[in-house]
Design a binder for this molecule. Sequence first.
Ligand code: CP
Length: 331
Amino acid sequence: MKHLLSTKDLSAEDAIRILDTAEEMSAVNSREVKKLPALRGRTVVNLFFEDSTRTRISFEAAAKRLSADVINFAAKGSSVSKGESLKDTAQTLEAIGADAVVLRHSASGAAHRLAVTDWISAAVVNAGDGTHEHPTQALLDAFTLRRHLSRLSGTPSAGADLAGARVLIVGDILHSRVARSDVWLLATLGAHVTLVAPPTLLPIGLDGWPCEVTYDLDEAIASRPDAIMMLRVQAERMNASYFPSTGEYSRRWGLGDERFARLSELGLKDTVILHPGPMVRGLEISSAAADSERSQVLKQVANGVSVRMAVLYLLMSGGSAGYPAAAPELK
Ligand code: CP
């Protein structure tokens, strides 16, 4: 694997390899000595044309824990404002020494464009492109769910897929690159995915997506899912004409206090709540749900570092840079 652009083209074998490597990385993260020498002398550039908290910081932490040098580039304040192109920006950063470029961009297909042209030779990781894909988010979601299910069954995570898991993905599917990446990855790993959304916030042409679709969240919850993933309402990409009123949205598609309490009334003691963040509390999710014991939101964030370490390690070292045989470096 030279680049990570999409989960649609990821095989189950590749996905499980990344998740298993992330488990190894997580073991390193939980120890006092947190650095591995695997990517010493290599440089990772975080090339962010859109805002980010979790993804950018998580890639930075992941690269540093593998001893790589990190250059953070934000389009705001750069020569992009003077009209510099993605190609020229990327080539400038490669000239400075980038071995891998982690790209977030508002244009769907931007990471693919960077990877398939001969603009640069560095590995490209898609950190979110428009409404297209966000593959490392899907990998960390799968990692979090796999751990939860393994804990319930008392079996190890390593090597496991998600066969039989039932996952609801709820909300603004239309604008969600997370939903797209999750649908493909979770289905590849054997999960049964149901999208729940207002009709106006579903993409046209869902034929071929490996999932079911419903407009009715209560009915979907009654099917006893293992996980409910709430999505952020992406106001910045939204045309008001296809958004229900905020009151109607939170009443019908939000995980508010009443609907959250119903999970326990239905005896769904092991159903977990996921959210990729950032959360819009009070719209798609209430604080009671977001801060509950069912919530995996902060675990998702923590797991994101391990997953991104795995991705950088596998892409940049080809899995042969001395991990896991090499001893962790003291710092
Ligand atoms: N989940 C996610 O992509 O969050 P950020 O936009 O903060 O990176």
